[in-house]
Design a binder for this molecule. Structure first.
Ligand code: HEC
Length: 251
């Protein structure tokens, strides 16, 4: 039994690295308390992702309430598929059709940020590149042979891979992608695109655990309460012990 546990601990890092396929992830640096960023991310999501991906555990109304989005703005800017604000953020495309078109049903993204991590998601959205050998004409650095089109090519533009050849100790040559180069800029500059992806990932992180906003806000209140209670308790203790001390000195 002990050997099994030891082997598990020793092998763990290799599994973790295998998941990222050796590509270093870029830091998303998201801030879930930044409401403006979450609102921007929600807008990007409904405009560019919800044609294919649902958020089946999220209701429009909840999103609007948590993100301080007024109901009129919610209805005009975010709701294209739903009729009522209480509906879940589902999509109209039947799963059978999407499977026919893409060979795979686009997954629901409710918990993707928790499963993959925000840095992976951020890197994924920055790492689409042109690959003519693929049916959709694109590939992705962190998701090899991805079945998703580059949904944001209009904003980002197109990237091409820069290859690098290295020779290993046995004299064998290996070619791999060293970096991606923007060959055709979209509507956004690279900085604007990175910022937008940060907002989009931030929104998906919030969706993964909507209660986090309340939890974090409540956390500060609890800490503040404990701090003030500590002051009260400190004075109270002094009050009680004063009699004891005085009793001791008098004796
Ligand atoms: C045209 C349809 C389409 C659009 C639009 C689209 N996707 Fe996808 N997406 C897919 C498909 C299909 C897959 C499955 C790819 C695979 O498994 O090879 C996928 C996979 C993903 C994955 C990987 C999920 C996982 O954990 O395996 C993420 C993350 C993702 N999409 C995010 C997004 C985001 C964010 C947007 C909006 C910017 C978006 N997608 C827009 C079709 C789409």
């Amino acid at each position: 039994m002990r050997k099994v546990i030891l082997a598990t601990i020793l092998l763990l890092p290799s599994w973790v690295f295998a998941a990222g396929a050796g590509v270093p992830l870029q830091k998303a640096n998201t801030d879930i308390m930044d409401k403006a960023s979450l609102q921007e991310g929600a807008k990007l999501f409904v405009n560019y992702c919800m044609g294919c991906h649902s958020l089946k555990y999220q209701r429009f109304q909840r999103t609007a309430k948590d993100l301080n989005i007024p109901e009129e703005v919610l209805k005009s800017d975010l709701m294209f598929t739903a009729e009522k604000v209480g509906e879940i953020m589902d999509i109209a495309m039947p799963a059978d059709d999407s499977e026919k078109w893409f060979g795979i049903t686009p997954p629901d993204l409710s918990v993707t940020a928790r499963a993959r991590g925000v840095d992976w998601l951020y890197t994924y959205l920055l790492s689409f590149y042109k690959d003519d050998s693929r049916a959709l004409g694109v590939n992705n650095l962190v998701f090899k042979d991805v079945g998703m089109p580059h949904a944001l090519w209009k904003l980002q533009g197109w990237q091409k891979p820069i290859y690098e050849t290295t020779t290993d100790a046995e004299g064998k040559e290996h070619t791999h992608i060293a970096s991606l180069e923007l060959v055709e800029q979209g509507e956004m500059t690279p900085e604007e695109y990175q910022n937008s992806m940060r907002n989009l990932v931030n929104f998906l992180d919030y969706v993964g655990e909507p209660a986090k906003l309340q939890r974090l806000a409540l956390g500060w209140k609890v800490l503040a309460f404990i701090f003030f209670f500590w002051i009260v308790a400190w004075f109270l203790k002094h009050e009680y012990w004063r009699d004891v001390y005085e009793g001791v000195w008098k004796r």
